[in-house]
Structures are given as C-alpha cells and as structure tokens.
Design a protein around this ligand. Structure first.
Ligand code: EPU
Length: 427
C-alpha cells in the first residue's frame, strides 16, 4: 500500500495555524535524556513519524519511552547498552545524536550509521574528530560508528563548518567530560540553544549558547528534567511561504518570529505584509500577500542565514513570482534535485552548480511529481496549490516525517488536498 496526495490547484490559503515543537529539536532532546538516569519529560512534541522512530532507537539501548499526544516520557536506566543498531537508525539522520550521549555516559558506543533525507553527502568526520579531541577513538566499522575512551577530557575543538549535528554530539559528550571544552565555529541554530537549555536544566555548565563559541565545563553527573520544545521555525516558515505563494492571509502561532527574521524580511521584499507578535502568551506572525509576489534572491547558509531546509519553498515562490530569482545552495549539493520536479509543473528553472535561476511564470500546471525529502515534498504541495489542475505528489511518507497534520491544516486554511491510498506505486 502506498499513499500520494492529490493537490487541487487554485487555492488562496487563509486563516490561522498553530505550530508545535521543532522536529530538529525534539529528536536531539530525546537523545539528551540518555545522559541522566531517571525519567525525563518532553512537552510540545510534534506528532510526526520521526518521534516514534527515535523512541525505538532509545528503546534499543534500554530506555522505556512513552508517547502520549505531545508528551514524550523517557525513562533511562542506570545500566544502558552502548550498542544502538536497530532498523530505526537507518530511517532518520537524528539517530546519530545518541553517539555523543552514549560516549559521554558509557565511554563507548557502537552506533549504526544514520539514514535520513537524500539531500547530498552527509559525512560524520566532524562528529568523529570532535570525539577524538575529547579522548575517544572513533572509526567506522561494519556500518557503525565505533567510539571508545578510557575517560573523556576537555579540549579545544574547531569545527570546519558550523555543523548542527556535530555541535550537538560533541556538546553531549563534553557535558560529562573532565575539564573544560571549547567548541569554536559551533552551530548557532535556535535548536542548539534549546538543547543547551535542557542540558543546563539537567545540571550541565554551558556558556555561549547561540554564539559560535560554546564553552562546556564538564560535570560528574546530570539529572533528568522536564522541558518544552521550542516551536518549529521551519514549519512556521513553511506556512509563511504558503501564504506568499498562494497570495493568502495566514496567522501562524507557536513560533518565535525572531527565529524567522531573515525569512520574513525576504517575504516582505516579495511584497508580503507581515506583522509579528511575541510575548509570553502568544508568539507568531500574520502574513498577507495581496498581489503576485516580486522575485527575490535567496542564499542558503547556516543560521542566522537563510535555512537550506527552506530552499524548496524559495524555489516554489520564485516559480510564480514576477521576475527572475537567483537561488544559491551552500549547504547540500543535491537539494536542487527538487527543481526537476518543479520543471514538471511548468517552472522555468535551471541549475548550474550550486546556483539556480528561476524565471517566474504566471501559472504552473499540474503533473505527477515525486518528493525526494521532507521539505521538497512540502514544497511540491505548495507549488501544486498554484498549478492548474490536480497535482499528484508521490512518496509523501517524507512529508509525514516532518509535518504534523499537514493535509488537515492545509484543508482548514482553504486548500483542497486529498490523501489517497493505492496498491501500486506510480513510477
Ligand atoms: N558536514 C560534514 N561533516 C560532518 C557533518 C556535516 O561535512 O561531520 C556537512 C554536511 O555534509 C553539510 C553541512 O556540513 O554539507 C551541514 O550539515 P549539518 O551537520 O549542519 O546538518 P545535520 O545536523 O546533518 C541538520 C538538520 C537538517 C538541516 C541541517 C542544516 C536534523 C535532524 N537535521 O542536519 O534538517 O538541513 O541541519 O541546517 O537536525 C530537515 O529537517 O529536513 C533537514 C534535512
């Protein structure tokens, strides 16, 4: 049995939508629960496929995990297994984030190489080099990362690139190392700040969260905690692009608008009217796009740059904008595979290396298209909403990995999307 979406073109999305916790935060927070014996509770969790997959990864090393709506409870035993090699490991990238906590707590780990989206090469060299600096050996053997140490000690670590995953793994090993670790050129994503906050609540000593220099003073032991996941800025931005692309009017709640400063500025340049609100009760923004969007350029970079995860939405918007956009992808070389699908929908787009030129057309036209990753899938749905006819989006399991109630939310906003099950795959 396989599923696809029928996306009916011509909708103008209007209304309100609530954003819950960030996928790329909750999965790492779940891994962090390995660092402390006892029961850790995480709230505001999204109901997406990756959460139960990560729960399976934690169960494979001995945790008990319960998922109840937006609440995830993880009970970590005194004795953990150092061997994380379950089929779930290969289904998501974030599974590799158990490496740092296992090495930190047990001083050894055998962790199956992760899976995840096909968006380009995703090596682990910076993760491994960081662990080596902390005193561990690390090699790849039989499809696993194998790391071992007599004891971990603080170190000065320079990352070649502000990798999100490497920063997280090194951080989670360093919190239980002896002495002080400094991670330079660390990632600054809001999800890293969220992880630092949770680790601090657990008793870790970390300075510099949200800057490119993280200083960690190792402690002997951490305690479990309760933590609320930050709102998903990538999902929030998806709704912002959905409004701009369909000339809609959407109020998005549950996400810190400061996490989207650059995104919202780009959409203002495209002609959107945007107001933000940010107090202890209510966070979010309203975006209204009255006329055809004006073409703007986008360049992906680590935070606070324009997120690579939003590049498909930038392409979809540019495809129907007035004028020509240049889109530059600096993080994942294969993410432009999405453009081939956009061309099926009538986009006038071509790529050259890590640049794409998109000349806006008045209207796209429906076709069967294939999602190659979470964001490409969501981008094709947005494009389908402004294509004449019914666009079939295939391989929608990708979308289910990252977007809670995507179809339901789109339909509540006035879109017309149907999830269709069939026995045979289209191909
Ligand atoms: N890189 C290396 N060596 C390493 C680690 C990374 O060369 O050891 C390179 C990668 O090849 C890539 C760049 O560094 O070119 C950035 O990779 P990073 O490590 O920052 O990404 P990640 O941690 O694997 C997370 C998100 C991605 C998001 C990227 C960039 C999770 C689970 N995934 O991946 O999210 O695109 O950061 O912001 O947090 C998504 O949610 O759809 C998604 C793909």
């Amino acid at each position: 049995m396989t599923e696809h979406f029928d996306v009916y073109g011509g909708a103008r999305l209007t209304g309100e939508v609530a954003v819950v916790g960030a996928k790329n935060s909750v999965l790492k927070l779940m891994a962090a629960a390995l660092l402390a014996e006892g029961t850790t509770t995480i709230t505001n969790c999204p109901t997406i496929l990756d959460v139960p997959l990560m729960a399976d990864v934690l169960r494979s090393v001995g945790c008990e995990v319960a998922i109840d709506g937006d609440l995830v409870t993880i009970t970590t035993p005194a004795e953990l297994s150092h061997h994380a090699d379950t089929s779930a490991m290969g289904k998501l990238r974030a599974s590799v984030c158990v490496l740092g906590p296992l090495v930190g707590r047990l001083k050894r780990a055998v962790v199956a190489l992760p899976g995840g989206d096909a968006i380009g090469s995703r090596p682990l060299d910076m993760h491994q080099n960081g662990l080596r600096k902390l005193g561990a050996t690390s090699e790849i053997a039989h499809g696993c990362v194998v790391a071992e140490a007599d004891g971990l000690h603080g170190a000065q670590i320079w990352l070649d690139f502000p990798s999100v995953g490497a920063t997280e793994n090194i951080l989670m090993a360093a919190v239980l190392a002896k002495g002080t670790t400094v991670i330079d050129n660390a990632a600054r994503e809001p999800e890293i700040i969220d992880l630092c906050r949770m680790l601090q609540q657990m008793g870790a000593h970390i300075e510099g969260a949200g800057t490119s220099t993280l200083t960690v003073h190792g402690v002997d032991e951490l305690r479990p905690t309760t933590h609320r996941v930050i709102g998903d800025r990538i999902v929030g931005a998806t709704w912002a692009f959905a409004a701009a692309t369909t000339r809609g009017d959407i109020t998005v709640r549950g996400v810190d608008p400061h996490h989207l400063d650059l995104v919202l500025e780009k959409l203002r340049l495209a002609g959107a009217e945007i107001t933000t609100f940010n107090d202890s009760e209510d966070q979010g923004f309203r975006i209204v796009q009255h006329d055809r969007p004006i073409a703007v350029d986008f360049v992906t970079l680590p935070y606070p740059g324009f997120a690579t995860d939003l590049q498909p939405f930038a392409v979809a918007l540019s495809a129907i904008s007035d004028g020509t956009s240049m889109i530059t992808e600096n993080v994942y070389e294969a993410r432009f595979r999405f453009i081939d699908e956009m061309v099926r929908l009538g986009a006038d787009a071509r790529t050259d290396g890590h640049h794409a030129v998109v000349r806006g057309v008045e209207k796209l036209s429906s076709a069967p298209v294939w999602a190659s990753d979470i964001r490409a899938g969501a981008g094709l749905v947005l494009a389908g909403l402004c294509a004449e006819g019914i666009t079939e989006v295939w391989d929608v399991f990708h979308i289910d990995r990252g977007y809670p109630y995507f179809v339901e939310n789109l339909n509540r906003l006035g879109g017309h999307i149907e999830r269709v099950s069939s026995v045979t795959e289209r191909g």
